[in-house]
Design a protein around this ligand. Structure first.
Ligand code: CU
Length: 169
């Protein structure tokens, strides 16, 4: 019934094969882009709740050796221009820890925890209220982790210079 000459056959098969190759190449490229542009690309998509802590973003500043534990459920920390004065925190799992961030600098700062999915700007992030903390002001985060592990936090305004860790156990 369907009989094609070799020439016609090639005219059909070759473009399809070429298109498939392009598709594969494009998919590979997308993966690379996804890694670079996490904040924007993944921001709008709802991700399934993680059942284990996902790899966390790299901490953008040196984390101090001294560990700061909550006192009566409260972590009091401060942020200066352009560093978190306290950057090595702990918090208990399955409890709410109140993190109070006082801006002792003059620039605007904030505080964001990447959350269990290990991605910035997704629904499971914990962000300071107010989101923007003016010099001299204090912002508050209620952090209620349900998974143990080490979380990364940062300042969204200075994401390459201010950050730290919260070890949840
Ligand atoms: Cu900042």
């Amino acid at each position: 019934m369907l009989s094609l000459s070799p020439a016609k056959w090639m005219r059909i098969v070759v473009p399809i094969a070429a298109a498939l190759l392009l598709l594969v190449a494009a998919c590979g490229g997308d993966d690379d882009d996804g890694g670079n542009g996490n904040g924007n690309g993944d921001g709008g998509t709802a991700t399934a709740p993680a059942d284990e802590l996902q790899p966390q973003p790299v901490v953008p500043q040196d984390v101090e050796d001294e560990v700061t534990n909550p006192v009566d459920g409260v972590l009091e920390i401060s942020v200066n221009d352009l560093i978190y004065v306290v950057s090595n925190l702990t918090a208990p799992v399955d409890e709410t820890t109140t993190i109070e961030i006082t801006n002792v600098g003059t620039a605007i700062h904030n505080f964001r925890i990447a959350g269990a999915d290990g991605e910035w700007n997704t629904g499971d992030d914990s962000v300071s209220d107010p989101d923007l903390i003016l010099g001299g002001d204090t912002g508050v985060v209620e952090f209620s982790p349900t998974l143990t592990g080490t979380y990364t936090f940062r300042c969204d305004i200075h994401p390459t210079s201010e950050g730290g860790i919260i070890v949840v156990g």
